[in-house]
Design a protein around this ligand. Sequence first.
Ligand code: SF4
Length: 82
Amino acid sequence: MEKEQCSKVVKCALFNGIILKRSTSEDVYKNLFCNASKEKWTTCKRYQVSEKAGKCADWILPNSTLTVDEIIKKMKEKGELV
Ligand code: SF4
């Protein structure tokens, strides 16, 4: 079966090399989340924050240990979300 990609690949800064600069760790995240099954990419914190807040700051990685609400609170504190 053909693998689907995360529905947010077009705009995602991590997927497009902006955050991890096409490094090995970027490839690892892509394999574990972006290019894996829907069950995987929907667990990505970047995906979850984008779904809830409409955007996701560049300091958030797919496996962040912060909760979605904690991330959104921090984004607001940093002025990254109004
Ligand atoms: S899985 Fe996460 S990191 Fe990958 S494209 Fe989707 S939102 Fe971005």
